[in-house]
Design a protein around this ligand. Structure first.
Ligand SMILES: *[C@@H]1O[C@H](CO)[C@@H](O)[C@H](O)[C@H]1NC(C)=O
Ligand SMILES: *[C@@H]1O[C@H](CO)[C@@H](O)[C@H](O)[C@H]1NC(C)=O
Ligand SMILES: *[C@@H]1O[C@H](CO)[C@@H](O)[C@H](O)[C@H]1NC(C)=O
Ligand SMILES: *[C@@H]1O[C@H](CO)[C@@H](O)[C@H](O)[C@H]1NC(C)=O
Ligand SMILES: *[C@@H]1O[C@H](CO)[C@@H](O)[C@H](O)[C@H]1NC(C)=O
Ligand SMILES: *[C@@H]1O[C@H](CO)[C@@H](O)[C@H](O)[C@H]1NC(C)=O
Ligand SMILES: *[C@@H]1O[C@H](CO)[C@@H](O)[C@H](O)[C@H]1NC(C)=O
Ligand SMILES: *[C@@H]1O[C@H](CO)[C@@H](O)[C@H](O)[C@H]1NC(C)=O
Length: 368
């Protein structure tokens, strides 16, 4: 019980990532807009305004970020921030909680630490924004975009051109299935059944996103959720990864890949891609200059998050993990790079982000 309590927190750490690469430093980004759905790996401040323990708008978070502690669960840029840079955006995508005015035409970040596909996931931390709630917020954004552009058809055309990133599922395990003292999903489902149930719900959510105009969608697979410092200390044996969690992540990923195949064959005017974060996380980190991968850089609390106002490690580029769950910016750069421009054919499927953004779909007659 005490061990599992450590998990009470938020997040996940899937090493997931997103894309990245050459950006047109000057000039237009490769897509006009970028919408982001996800959990703590992508949250850029949405949880700051919620009544939840899953928030990190305090030091030392953001110590390497130009705007300091913003609510990002990282020392610096998250993977989606790095992808945003690689795509050539001048500014980071604003969180829904603070986005206003015409800035929303560039995109909105809806991600919420602790959240998942299922509505109850993460609620032991307080209020978090599930995928369903994030889609409701996107609907609100769409109404605002229609107001700004003046016509539904113009809004539709704009939304069709955007890139969408969705990274969900880690918390449905870490902050749900593997916390049996708070959630009963592990009594209701075997781990195989649970993956199927999660993907069925995710499928409905992704179809809604498509109905809202998304045509270029990046889906992050789960990383090695059993290999975070928090997972190892709560569930691991002899300091090694918690294989039960990693196995669950692989089951989810198998289901997700077959969902992506179905979506791509059913919806021929859209493309969904898979990011193989599990595979990307299996790199030999030593070869990339990391010397510490079993503990985070900051001093962590029972929830796996940094204690406020403590001095973190000095050489943050030596560390894979920033806190108990989340990678450092240095690690995020690797995953973002491989998402944007696949280094190994197994990194992304069926294409990487740099190719996804180049696709052109025949504009169908605009109808809303
Ligand atoms: C990431 O990609 C950029 C641009 O392609 C490159 O300059 C950089 O060295 C890459 N970094 C890593 C850690 O792979
Ligand atoms: C915040 O959540 C806590 C725990 O659920 C609750 O006791 C408290 O009343 C809530 N505060 C507000 C302002 O809603
Ligand atoms: C939008 O938000 C920014 C930052 O929160 C603020 O500086 C700006 O005044 C706001 N603009 C409007 C039109 O409300
Ligand atoms: C699990 O909990 C939900 C609501 O909290 C309840 O409806 C359901 O019957 C429970 N299932 C089991 C097997 O206990
Ligand atoms: C853990 O380590 C101890 C001592 O080295 C060893 O006896 C035990 O078999 C190990 N357990 C597992 C599951 O590897
Ligand atoms: C794809 O189409 C098949 C055949 O109509 C249908 O059975 C399946 O549910 C669809 N899948 C998705 C994800 O829309
Ligand atoms: C990882 O890379 C380091 C440095 O390049 C090397 O010494 C080590 O043998 C590698 N480990 C594995 C398991 O390949
Ligand atoms: C940097 O990290 C290494 C371990 O990789 C450690 O031995 C060294 O003391 C650290 N240096 C500082 C200044 O923290």
């Amino acid at each position: 019980m005490a061990r599992a309590m450590k998990f009470l927190v938020v997040v996940i750490s899937t090493f997931w990532v997103l894309s990245m690469q050459h950006s047109s430093v000057h000039g237009k980004p490769e897509v006009p807009c970028f919408f982001i759905f996800g959990d703590s790996l992508a949250d850029s401040g949405n949880n700051n305004v919620l009544n939840t323990t899953a928030k990190v708008n305090y030091q030392p978070y953001g110590i390497d970020f130009p705007y300091g502690p913003t609510g990002r669960f990282c020392n610096g840029r998250t993977t989606v921030d790095i992808i945003t840079d690689l795509l050539g955006f001048e500014n980071y995508i604003p969180p829904f909680a603070y986005a206003n005015g015409s800035a929303i035409l560039d995109g909105v970040n809806y991600a919420s630490g602790g959240a998942g596909i299922r509505r109850e996931t993460g609620i032991t931390a307080g209020t978090v924004l599930s995928m369903g709630k994030q889609l409701k917020n996107h609907r609100t954004t769409i109404r605002r975009i229609i107001n700004i552009l003046g016509k539904k058809s113009l809004a539709r055309t704009h939304l069709n051109k955007c890139l969408y990133s969705v990274g969900m599922g880690s918390n449905d395990y870490i902050n749900n299935y593997f916390l049996p003292q708070y959630y009963n999903t592990s009594q209701e489902y075997t781990v195989q059944e649970y993956a199927v149930v999660l993907i069925q719900q995710y499928s409905q959510q992704l179809l809604r996103l498509y109905e809202y105009g998304a045509k270029k969608v990046v889906l992050g697979g789960l990383g090695q959720i059993g290999c975070t410092p928090a997972a190892i200390s709560a569930y691991g044996t002899n300091g090694s990864c918690a294989e039960e969690l990693n196995y669950a992540a692989q089951l989810f990923n198998q289901q997700l890949i077959s969902l992506i195949d179905q979506l791509n064959s059913n919806l021929t005017d859209a493309k969904f891609i898979y990011v193989n974060n599990y595979e990307i996380a299996s790199i030999n980190v030593t070869a990339f200059g990391f010397t510490v991968s079993d503990v985070g850089c900051c001093t962590i609390n029972d929830g796996g998050l940094c204690y406020p106002d403590q001095t973190p490690c000095q050489n943050r580029t030596d560390y894979v993990f920033w806190d108990g769950f989340h990678p450092t910016e240095a690690y995020n750069v690797i995953t973002a790079n491989r998402t944007y421009s696949a280094y190994d054919p197994a990194d992304t499927y069926p294409m990487d982000v740099s190719h996804l953004v180049e696709l052109e779909f025949n504009p169908l007659v605009a109808e809303m």
